[in-house]
Design a protein around this ligand. Structure first.
Ligand SMILES: *Cc1c(COP(=O)(O)O)cnc(C)c1O
Length: 512
């Protein structure tokens, strides 16, 4: 057997690593970067221009085999081939939030300047944890935190940090509140005694991440107390005051009141100014979850709905909900920058304590994350291109549209509608009459599923006082009253058919 010999000095066979290097972004691969990204943008643009419904209604059972068939160990080697494949596994059946009949959750159409930001931030790939990984990105994030805190009115000592979303912002807010409540418990024994006695007050319409945070923070299983709401689904400040007093008598410590500025289902805004008074007189931390309602911060006409928010100790804002930003873009703001120290840990390799003395701005000192995206760039470019008034005008438009939609549903005898939202949701249900009345829950569940399966529209469902309701969340200024009207007709048709079929079947049963 002869051993083949290669003239290695003349033509070295390309090593796998050398070939792979062509896929990395660097000064010599910019042409490939330009072409690849342009191909991707072109693909999405063509797909978007052709989208004629918010989804295809594909089921997990139908789509899973398509995804499973992909052999991840056999690369296609070429971006266009991968994009072709992506049509099958993702793009063709994607759910499109920009479609006017996507009316389900708090997903917004996204601002193009933000998409430009996304492209820039992922290419440069700064990491916000330390100055030595980000430079200007740190300063830009800080400016936006200051800008947001100023819009809220938190005062000269405010600070904050970008987070991955409202859930994380709420978790961090409650972490800070817990640590402030535990300041007096200086020994491990005192802390162990205090932790199970900590309580958080919020309304039943508050976000579930408050409950989840309490669990993550090691609080008692019954630590979150749901305070009663008024008919508009806003927390009752007097009930908060009474609950604080009751807790104290029972030897419990209320570590925070979590008010909501824009509940996820009802768009209701807790009376923040009154909550602030109650919290101040009881020396209790006030957190305001404005994940949804933060769009009012830039509203030219409705900023007053947030009156009192300037007195909060901490505020959650989700730019990816009402600032038309792509996921993720969120922040936690605090009135007193010093409380952020509860999230600080000095690691020798990353952010040693001496850097604080050297005034090196390391955002990791304020964050629960370490490596962190430069999400702030999306908002920065949006503000620099469009400005805050334009964003606020867009949010105002969807709030107006929701008021029109509420009017439409409330005047339609086929539907029952819940409280009128201060933001952009409409919670309602189809109400069968006569013998089909007890089928209301099943008919509404069916209508939602049938609608989603047809791909004609996507709406959300929720439960109100134990009954199944449907929900529109309007965040798309392109949605017209005609769109809403059309979707209502579809819902009435699906639900009506369900009731008809099931009452007819019942009758046949009885007759047979
Ligand atoms: C959406 C929402 C959250 C959670 O925010 P994410 O960004 O989804 O984590 C928290 N609170 C309220 C009121 C919300 O509507």
């Amino acid at each position: 057997m002869t051993v083949p010999t290669y003239p290695v000095e003349i033509i070295a066979p390309p090593s796998a690593a050398a070939a792979a290097r062509a896929h990395l972004l660097h000064g010599d691969s910019v042409e490939q970067y330009r072409r690849t990204l342009a191909d991707g943008v072109d693909r999405v643009a063509r797909r978007m221009a052709a989208v004629d419904r918010p989804g295809t209604g594909i089921t997990p059972a139908e789509l899973a085999p398509v995804v499973d068939r992909v052999d991840l160990d056999r690369p296609l080697g070429d971006a266009n081939a991968a994009l072709d494949e992506l049509e099958d596994v993702y793009l063709r059946d994607a759910v499109w939030f920009h479609h006017p009949r996507y009316l389900a959750h708090l997903n917004c159409p996204v601002a193009i300047p933000a998409l430009l930001g996304e492209a820039v931030l992922t290419a440069v790939n700064s990491s916000l944890d330390t100055w030595d990984q980000s430079a200007g990105a740190t300063l830009i994030e800080r400016r936006l935190i200051d800008w947001t805190a100023e819009r809220i009115g938190l005062g000269p000592n405010a600070d904050g940090v970008f987070t991955s979303g409202g859930s994380q912002s709420n978790l961090q807010a409650l972490l800070l509140a817990r640590e402030e409540a535990c300041l007096a418990a200086t020994t491990p024994a005192a802390r162990a005694d205090l932790l199970p006695r900590l309580r958080v007050l919020t309304s039943a319409a508050g976000h579930f991440s408050v409950q989840k945070s309490a669990k993550l923070l090691g609080l008692a299983p019954d630590a979150v107390i749901a305070v009663p709401t008024d008919p508009q689904r806003r927390i009752r400040p007097a009930a908060v005051r009474d609950e604080i007093a009751r807790c104290r008598l029972a030897g419990l410590v209320v570590m925070a009141v979590a008010g909501t500025a824009g509940t996820t289902d009802f768009g209701s805004i807790d009376p923040i100014a009154e909550l602030a008074r109650v919290c101040a007189s009881a020396s209790v931390w006030l957190h305001v979850d404005a994940a949804y309602g933060c769009g009012l911060l830039v509203s030219p006409t409705r900023r007053h709905l947030l009156d009192g928010i300037e007195r909060a100790d901490s505020v959650t804002v989700d730019y990816h909900k009402s600032f038309f930003q792509p996921v993720s873009s969120s922040a936690l703001l605090v009135r007193d920058r010093r409380v952020l120290r509860h999230a600080t840990y000095h690691a020798d390799y990353l952010n040693p304590a001496r850097m604080v003395e050297q005034r090196i701005p390391n955002q990791v000192d304020k964050s629960m994350q370490t490596t962190r995206r430069f999400d702030a760039l999306k908002l920065w470019l949006t503000l620099r291109v469009m400005g805050p008034d334009a964003l606020g005008a867009l949010f105002d438009e969807v709030v107006d549209r929701a008021a029109d939609a509420w009017q439409l549903v409330s005047e339609d005898p086929r539907f029952e509608v819940v409280t009128r939202s201060e933001l952009s949701t409409v919670v309602f249900r189809y109400l069968p009459t006569g013998p089909g009345r007890e089928l209301a829950d099943a008919a509404n569940l069916h209508a939602r599923e049938a609608l989603a399966a047809s791909g004609a529209a996507v709406v959300a469902g929720t439960r109100v006082d134990g009954r199944h309701f449907l929900k529109f969340t309007l965040l798309n200024p392109a949605t017209t009253v005609d769109d809403v009207d059309h979707v209502l007709e579809l819902i009435a048709a699906h639900a009506g058919r369900y009731v008809h079929e099931h009452t007819a079947a019942d009758l046949t049963c009885h007759v047979g």
